[in-house]
Design a binder for this molecule. Structure first.
Ligand code: HEC
Length: 281
């Protein structure tokens, strides 16, 4: 019955199960209001009341629609998928059907503490098909208050079909704008009996204050004192000292001469002589 309901769900999402003879046999033997077997017998190979015409679901449907042998009672109780399953059973009474099966590497992902506005390292979930028919991922859905803080990537996407014994992977990165504990759930919708859910949890921490690396305080350079020394004493009668004195004398004479020349240019003789007397006496 559970499988029947799931068949309905898969029809709704346009991912019908293959008609299942095992399910069909179960309906044939037990389905209310009266099992088919009540009128057609438990051994269909005997073809009681033309049951073997039922290898086509169209024939069963029209028998119901035309109320053959009161079969109109099924008009509101059997779905198209169930009729398909019955037909599959009549075609293949001992048949089995291949089914996909989903297995996850984990149903929980915990992220290490991550700074706000920074992407965490990528965490991944491996989705494997452990069944015998193709596993079809119909969608990946993030839900929960913090679902916007988790970003998905990877090879598992809506409509990814995974053949038996193969897998795809979902990459998940956490990146939050606000500090605090965050959680979300990731649902992997697929064509098996049940969708799978992965619980995601993470903590966003504030950006640490970065203190600059302190340079060591430079040790003061030793003050190098010059060796104590006095003026170099040169004896007064040293030739260098004598020459220096002579040089100064000559210079004084030249300077005096220059001043005289300058004065004579700008004055008459009388004034200049007076000046001469006044200044250089
Ligand atoms: C109350 C008895 C009764 C039940 C229950 C019943 N049937 Fe029938 N069914 C009949 C009778 C009577 C016929 C007509 C036989 C004939 O045409 O000779 C018939 C005919 C059929 C036929 C042949 C239709 C055709 O076009 O010739 C199929 C297929 C069939 N039933 C399938 C089913 C299935 C499947 C179920 C169960 C979901 C079912 N029946 C339940 C009585 C029943």
């Amino acid at each position: 019955m559970k499988k029947i309901i799931l068949s309905l769900v898969s029809i709704a999402s346009l991912q019908a199960f293959a008609a299942d003879p095992i399910v069909g046999k179960n309906i044939y033997m037990t389905s209310p209001p009266i099992p088919c077997a009540t009128c057609h017998g438990t051994d269909i190979s005997k073809n009681t009341a033309n049951i073997l015409k039922g290898k086509s679901s169209v024939v069963i449907s029209s028998a119901i629609a035309s109320n053959k042998g009161n079969m109109g009672m099924y008009a509101s109780s059997l779905t198209t998928a169930q009729i398909d399953d019955i037909a599959a059973y009549i075609i293949n009474p001992n048949g089995t059907v291949a089914n996909p099966s989903i297995s996850l590497s984990s149903n929980v992902v915990n992220f290490p503490a991550t700074e706000v506005n920074k992407a965490s390292s990528i965490q991944s979930i491996v989705v494997s098909n452990t069944g015998t028919a193709n596993l079809v991922i119909s969608g990946l859905f993030l839900a929960g208050f913090d679902s916007n803080d988790f970003i998905l990537s990877g090879s598992c996407n809506a409509n990814t079909s995974i053949i038996p014994k193969n897998s795809c992977s979902i990459g998940i990165v956490f990146n939050s704008k606000t500090v605090g504990s965050k959680s979300a759930s990731l649902t992997i919708a697929n064509n098996t009996d049940h969708s799978q859910t992965v619980n995601l949890s993470a903590t966003a921490i504030s950006t640490p204050i970065i203190t600059p690396i302190q340079n060591p305080i430079p040790s003061p350079k030793p003050i190098i004192k010059p060796p104590i020394s006095g003026p170099i004493l040169v004896p007064k009668d040293h030739p260098a000292v004598r020459n220096e004195r002579e040089y100064q004398h000559k210079n004084e004479r030249f300077e005096r001469n220059d001043r005289d020349v300058e004065k004579n240019k700008n004055c008459n003789k009388k004034d200049c002589n007076q000046d001469d007397d006044h200044r250089f006496k």
